[in-house]
Structures are given as C-alpha cells and as structure tokens.
Design a protein. Structure first.
Length: 262
C-alpha cells in the first residue's frame, strides 16, 4: 500500500511525463531544423520541473528541494527534501531517442525513503519505499540472480565533452570488457539503476554523476535486493557522484575491479 508521499510523487511524475511526451513528439520534428532542438528541450525540461515542483510543494510546502533546473531551496522542515531530475536522459530526448525518465526521490535525515522513476515513453513506473520493496507498474521486482561476471552485462555513463573522469572510465572499461558479457551506455542513470533493480542489467557504475540522476535509483536497487556503494568507501554516493550498484552475488568482484587503482 503506497504512502501518501509516494502517491503524491507518482501523480507529479505522471503529470510531468504527459508534458514531456507531448514535447518529445515535437522534438522528433525538430531534428531536421537548422536551429535544432536544443532550446526547445531546455524549455521542455524546465516546464517538467515546474510541474513537479508545483505538485510537490503544494502538497508538502515545508519540505526542502533540489532540482536539476532550479537548484536548491531549504524548507521549514530541515530533515526532508525532494531530489528531482525532471528529465534524466536529456541528450537522448534531444536526439529523439525514447530512453529518458522523470526521477523523484524523497530524502529524510540523509536517507532516501521514497523513489519514483517514470519512463513515460515506455509507460514504465518504477517505485520504492524504504522497507517496502521495489515495483515496476505495481509488480514486485528483484535484481538478477546471475552469479558469473562473464554472463553479466553492466551499464555506465562514458564521459563526454572533456570531462575529467574519462581516463578512469576508459580504464574501467578495459578491465571489464574481457571478463563480462558486455557494457551498455544508454544515457540515463535513473533508468540504468531501475534496470539493475528489475534484473535487466546486472550492475551499473558511474563516476561524477549528479545526485538528482541517481537518488531515486539508489533506493530502487536496495529495495530490490541489490547493493549500492560509493567507489571510495570514505565518500557518500550522493555527495561524490561516484557509484557502484549490482546484485549481491556480483557486487564484491565487480566493485574490486572498479576500485582497483593501478
Ligand atoms: C545524464 C545521466 C547519464 C550521464 C550523462 C548525464 P542528464 O543525466 O543520466 O547517466 O552519463 O552524462 O549526466 O544530464 O540527462 O539529466
């Protein structure tokens, strides 16, 4: 039975999703325009965050907020905040690729306690509340049962545009590719984690990812029986943006590869 907060999050995600699906149809027409879809997608992104913020802050005016487009705002209740990416997979959306999601997390005293990742293009609603399990369209989900790395596939984000994490990620790939069934770079961290939670991917890692990209997905994986840790044990995933996630059987070996420095 979903809590009142989770129902509020689902309602907000669906309302933003309807707006994004409408805009996504227009983006596909813009691919051929000289100006391109860039400004249009920025507006779609901001409109989705406006919709979500209006829904959540009307229902819970005292909670804090951090959103990709509008930044951070403290709430009267210092223990609770929304962590929101209105459009995770922005570059996919911009290029007319139907793989993006609305990500909404509720944090309480530093722990994620409720999560929604909504893939509006495929109508897949991933939800979780701490201690109550993870669900896809109201059906219980679990991480994969694979035990062998060589049978498993992993997702990640490969840095672009001169980001400093590229050398380490290239090193990760050179170590993983020979001992796994492959790596996928699908461009939406929230869905990468949701796919680990439902067993489509066996693990995921990324370096330098934003809190709003992964906050909801972290709870999905944990509530589906998976493990999530920072790359460096002294860090926090949310603060550092360095994350490793996998099912219980694979996690130790996978994390050892990602954490080896030499
Ligand atoms: C994206 C992440 C993805 C990462 C991209 C980008 P955005 O988030 O979901 O995993 O590799 O660099 O950060 O920008 O689409 O919200």
């Amino acid at each position: 039975m979903a809590s009142a907060n989770l129902n509020i999050m689902i309602k907000a995600a669906r309302k933003a999703g309807r707006s994004l699906v409408k805009d996504f149809r227009e983006v596909e027409n813009l691919q051929v325009s000289v100006k391109g879809a860039g400004d249009f997608v920025s507006r779609a992104d901001r409109e989705a965050e406006r919709i979500i913020k209006e829904e959540l802050r009307t229902a819970r005016p005292n909670y804090g907020w951090i959103g990709e487009e509008t930044g951070e705002e403290a709430g009267e209740d210092p223990t609770r905040r929304w962590i929101v990416d209105p459009l995770d997979g922005t570059t996919n959306f911009l290029h007319g690729l139907p793989h993006w999601a609305v990500s909404i997390a509720l944090e309480h005293k530093g722990e994620i306690v409720a999560a929604v990742v909504f893939d509006a293009a495929k109508d897949e609603m991933f939800t979780a509340e701490r201690g109550d399990g993870a669900f896809l369209n109201d059906r219980r989900i679990r991480v994969s049962g694979r035990r062998q790395m060589i049978e498993s596939i992993f997702a990640t984000g490969v840095p672009f545009g001169g980001r400093g994490t590229l050398p380490a990620t290239i090193r990760d790939l050179s170590r993983l590719m020979p001992v796994t069934a492959g790596v996928r770079r699908w461009g939406a961290a929230a869905l990468d984690l949701a796919y680990v939670a439902c067993g489509r991917f066996d693990g995921y890692w990324e370096r330098g990812i934003n809190s709003w990209d992964v906050a909801a997905g972290i709870l999905l994986v944990k509530e589906a029986g998976g493990f999530v840790e920072p790359i460096r044990s002294e860090e926090s995933v949310i603060e550092s943006g360095n994350i490793i996630a996998a099912n219980a059987q694979l996690f130790e070996g996978f994390a050892e590869i990602i954490r080896s420095r030499d």
